[in-house]
Structures are given as C-alpha cells and as structure tokens.
Design a protein around this ligand. Sequence first.
Ligand code: ADP
Ligand code: MG
Length: 286
Amino acid sequence: MHKTKVSRAQRTYLVRTSLLLPLGHPFLEPNRSLSLVVKLDHVEKSYQLGKTTVNALRGVSLSLREREFVVVMGPSGSGKTTLLNIIGTLDRVSSGRVLLEGNDIGKMRDGELTKLRRHKIGFIFQFHNLIPVLTALENVQLPLLTSGVNTKQAEERAKILLGRVGLSGRLNHLPDELSGGEQQRVAIARALANRPRILLADEPTGDLDTKTGTEVVELMYEMAKRENATVMIVTHDPVVAKRAERIFEMRDGILTETSTSEVSFHRIRAVEQLPPEPEKTLSQPN
Ligand code: ADP
Ligand code: MG
C-alpha cells in the first residue's frame, strides 16, 4: 500500500486543526511548553545554634515545571521543611540561588517577597492552620481579601472552591465544627484561592487516617491540576507517594531524585518506618 510521508510540521498542523488546538498548546509540545516554575541552584542553608552550625541543606539543585506533582520523602531532621520554607520564600538561603518563574528571589526585598508569596504560593500544613474564629467560607475568603479582591468576588471564588472540595454544605462551620479531613479540604481551598503557581504542603496527611488521607491527596491532585499549580509535598505517607509524578528523597540535607518504579518504593517504605516527626520543628512557619 502506498504510504504518504507527512512531515512533523504537517502532522502538528493536522492534529491542531482537527482538535481545534491553538498554536503552542501543551498537547502539541508536551515538554517544550511546560515552563520552569521553580529552580534551585546549589542551595545551602545553615543555622547557627550558639557555637553549633546545623547544615540543613547541603547543595540542593532542583527544577520543577508547570503542573508537576512531586513528593519529597526522608527521615525527620533531614531538611524537608527547610526546603519548603526556602521555596516558599519564608526563609533565605545561606548560599546558592532560588528562581521562581525565572526571578531570583535572593535579589528581592521583603515587601516584594510578601507580594510574591501572597500571589504565587499556596501553603498547606499538617495541622491545617485555619483561623479558629472564622468560618470555612471566611477562611478561604481571607487570602483573597488581603490581596485586594472585593468582598463579593472573594465570596464567589471561595464558594466555588469550597464546592469543588465537597464542602458546599459546610460554608458557615467553624474549623472545630469540622472533621480533620474537612479542615484539610478547607486548607486546600484556601491555599488555592489566589491561583498560586506553586502549592507547597508539609505532611498534609500526617494527622489523617488512611482513607481520609487518600481523599485529601486525590483532591489536592485534582484541584492543583485544574488550577495549573505545581505541587511539592513533603510526606511520610505511601498514599501520597503513590500519586507522585516524581519522587525525591532527602537525606542529611542532600536531595536525590528516585524513580517512581516498584524498586524505589521498597526503599521509600524503609524511610517511612522511621519514627514520626515531632509536631513542630523549629523551622515550621507558624
Ligand atoms: P525535616 O522537616 O526533614 O524534619 P527540618 O528542615 O525541619 O527537617 O530541619 C533540618 C535540620 O535543621 C534539623 O537538624 C533541624 O533541627 C535544623 N533546623 C531547622 N530549622 C532550624 C532553625 N530555625 N534553627 C536552627 N536549626 C534549625
Ligand atoms: Mg519537617
């Protein structure tokens, strides 16, 4: 049978026009069009405790692209929270460079960092950190209001987000009138309120049972994909690791990427069996 040779450009054109895709759509250029959101170059972080120096990060390099869903595992005290705090601009590096969407955050002033954090970064913690005197709706509205969105629009967006996490029926509940899983859902909605580019989560399922933890991770995954956020989760939880597109392991301040294959899961399980982390590390940002 006669076969017509179609050039790459012709094929792209045919696929694009038959699927009505705009030029540059990710489907057409799956790798090239996904931009770098986070880039760390040889980042070191040390803390001075009296005469002792703690080297929490010892030369971490990392690139995360748009919409990636990655997990960092590793024993307690290995530097995971420090890494999140540095990417989240809550802490500054001792040496090395951090670029967020190509901008060197080491060169930014505190005011600029606050703005960047407010608009580009969402945080989820192990213990949700909701404001106890505010309802679910108000908790999600708050980051919108502080970034200048008007009350009506903030309420609309908060309701949509709470609806997506399955809490339309709980808008006026206070945090302690919600279950742990529900509180964490509110925290997800709150973290995504300002459409951040990066979602950082520190042990988000650490306080939940397996079933609830699974639901929360699935929600984080769906919501983040929907909002085009890049996600980095620090966890000991195999349920979270199963969802990961890339897995990193932190050991003594050194980060290595492991494959998500079966083989590396055995290694990761060994990491998880270590004793749980203390409720609050010194570097917990709250
Ligand atoms: P992980 O989250 O993996 O448990 P952390 O990033 O919290 O680890 O801590 C890494 C190391 O840095 C630990 O030895 C910890 O004690 C130390 N550390 C973290 N934050 C501080 C701080 N603010 N001051 C001094 N040492 C700290
Ligand atoms: Mg930690």
